[in-house]
Design a protein around this ligand. Structure first.
Ligand code: F6R
Length: 612
């Protein structure tokens, strides 16, 4: 996730920028850079390395600067190289800017700027378009040029811009990406995150979407889209540095759970037309013949990513009519699988560095099978070695227990299913339409689901669950992978021994373990199998099991008043695993908190499993 810091004031500018960037390092990055503004020109220094490396590079620069901007980049468009690092400059190098977000219409803007306006581009980034666009509109008023450029741009941005012709002035803009102004005495700051400015000031102004700011050391002016001056209240930060990094949440895991509406929206952005529901995956280039001849798909992954693959099997088979086999990568690589060129392998990995997933990828490639990777990390080993990549764009995930990356893997798999279905047989079925419409509504529904009342309801249930050392998760059909993921999450962070079973399997063994009070979390979101799951639930209840149902509002009349039920918002049935997974994540989270375990860094586990 990229980080932004900007400063103008009486202190040594480069020192403030480096300090701010150091405070943003926890968010992860692959390259960094600063632009320092003297009285006549801008000096840009960038590296594909660390902030410490950048600091070394700045040692010999005389410090008589009036303002500066600094950035840590987490690659999206273009590899993590020095050229692609921010700040990006205009042709004449008298405009420099840093940007968080994605410029969706960068290709058409770049075409226009280079072919018709003669701009020369240096990097592969979407961001560079902004520098040239602002240069194109610049007539001695940076704010006006930024406003004009913003009006042309589609996408998300937190933007800070310097002009060599306006010493000591920073101009900022925000749309769908956070930007905070820090207020000081004879100095002012701008940052993407509070930790970057907390050492200097606690007085801030939070910029909202469509707002602009012009910042000098003695003045901060705020503007709306029309260029009219607006006034906003000063927000006093009461957090310490540690809680500021977590966005005010107690743990990164909770922060990441709460970020899921945005993470899913980012996965869908630019790929799903929010009005027509049409899917375009420009990054993929399967030809028609390849897809028509596709006999089978293998999905290979580990842990939570494997569970995403299990959901993927249901949806790919249902929508695209392609048989899918899902394998744990560590098993697949040693089982001598029967594979051939008319098959496709999909590897799923948040980090893109998991050793077993990488080995499975190499094995199928060695047999001539094409590999499509679904990953969150640009430039990761998996992304480099796969033939095609579908990035999840969930943003950096810090908690060991994966949450938002999982949901965005599911979103990517839904998109992929619609894409395959469309290419193979067209989308003339109701299920595809229902799914596309459901996806459009999904970020909003996730937001609704994460409301405070729901969090409190789940927390109350966890008070009871936390007293036990064992628990069961059960479900059938699409609810079963969610049960598996729920059990993994609970055991991983609360250390409760949690087992997942296909509900129909209970009577084949595990029912022997059900006795008075044993917690059983039952997931029932699929209509055609509802009665079956409910009879399994009765078997559990008859033996004293304490059942907590995760179900949907539409099924409410199947349950008696007073039964422990959590009702999910109604969505397309095929999409319910996304919503029910959030409830199981929250169950794991609150139970772990109540039991006092180390939520973000559970014992014996690592975020990236680069060993076998
Ligand atoms: C569990 C979890 C792990 C990972 C697994 C694969 O919460 O995060 O099970 O899913 O280690 O990691 P990636 O997706 O990075 O390949």
């Amino acid at each position: 996730m990229c980080g932004i810091i900007g400063y103008t004031g009486y202190r040594e500018v480069s020192a403030v920028l480096i300090d701010g960037l150091k405070k943003l390092e926890y968010r992860g990055y692959d390259s960094a850079g600063v632009a320092l503004q003297g009285s006549e020109k801008l000096v840009v220094t960038k590296t594909a390395g660390s902030v410490d490396g950048l600091k070394e590079m700045l040692i010999n620069l005389a410090d008589s600067h009036l303002a500066g901007i600094g950035h840590t980049r987490w690659a999206t468009h273009g590899r993590p190289t020095e050229v692609n690092a921010h700040p990006h400059s205009s042709c004449c190098e008298d405009i420099a800017l840093i940007h968080n977000g994605i410029i969706e219409n960068h290709s058409s803007l770049k075409k226009w700027l280079s072919e018709e306006a003669g701009h020369v581009f240096r990097s592969d980034t979407d961001t560079e378009v902004l520098a040239h666009l602002i240069e194109e509109y610049y007539e001695n008023d940076l704010l006006l040029a930024v406003r004009k450029a913003a009006a042309k741009v589609k996408g998300s941005y937190a933007l800070v811009v310097l002009s060599a012709k306006e010493p000591g002035r920073m101009v900022c803009a925000r749309q769908d990406s956070p930007l905070i102004i820090g207020l000081g005495e004879r100095e002012n700051f701008v940052a993407s995150d509070i930790p970057a400015l907390l050492a200097y000031t606690k007085d801030t102004i939070i910029l909202e979407d469509g707002e602009f700011a012009s910042i000098t050391k003695n003045d901060v002016q705020l503007y709306n889209q029309e260029g009219n001056i607006i006034h906003k209240d000063v927000f006093k930060i009461t957090w310490d540095v540690e809680s500021a990094e977590k966005g005010g949440y107690e743990h990164f895991m909770l922060k990441e759970i709460m970020e899921q509406p945005v993470a899913v929206r980012e996965t869908l952005r630019q790929r799903l037309d929010m009005e027509t529901g049409e899917v375009t995956l420009d990054e993929l280039d399967f030809n028609q013949e390849e897809l028509a001849n596709l006999e089978k798909i293998y999905i290979l992954a580990c842990g939570t990513a494997y569970h995403a693959g299990l959901v993927g099997k249901f949806i790919l088979e249902k929508l695209a009519g392609i048989p899918v086999e899902v394998d744990v990568a560590s098993e697949f690589r040693y089982r001598d699988p029967i594979i051939n060129k008319n098959q496709l392998a999909i590897v799923i990995s948040q980090s893109g560095e998991t050793a077993d997933t990488l080995a499975a990828l190499r094995l199928v490639k060695s047999k001539g099978v094409k590999v499509l990777a679904i990953t969150n990390v640009v430039g990761s080993s998996v992304s480099r070695e796969a033939d095609q990549v579908l990035y999840t764009w969930a943003g950096l995930e810090i908690a060991v227990a994966s949450t938002k990356a999982y949901l965005s893997q599911l979103a990517a798999l839904y998109l992929l299913s619609l894409y395959f279905a469309d290419k193979r047989s067209g989308l003339a079925n109701n299920l595809a339409h229902e799914l596309a419409a459901g996806l459009v509504a999904l970020p909003g529904q996730l937001k609704l689901l994460l409301n405070d009342d729901n969090l409190q309801e789940i927390k109350r249930y966890c008070e009871k669950l936390a007293k036990w050392d064992r628990a069961f998760f059960v479900g059938r059909n699409l609810d079963f992978p969610v049960a598996m993921e729920g059990a993994l999450k609970l055991k991983e962070i609360s250390y409760i021994h949690a087992e997942a079973y296909a509900a129909g399997e209970l009577k084949h063994g595990p029912l022997a373990l059900i006795e008075e009070g044993v917690p059983v979390i039952a997931i029932a979101t699929q209509k055609h199998i509802l009665e079956k799951t409910l009879s399994n639930v009765q078997e559990v209840k008859a033996r004293g099991g304490d059942v907590f149902m995760i179900t949907k509002k539409a099924f409410a009349e199947s349950f008696k008043k007073g039964e422990a039920c959590f009702y999910l918002p109604d969505s397309a049935e095929i999409l319910m695993p996304v919503l029910s997974a959030v409830v199981t994540q929250l169950i794991a989270y609150y139970t772990a908190v109540i039991r006092g375990s180390s939520v973000d860094k559970p014992r014996n586990l690592a975020k990236s499993v680069t060993v076998e």
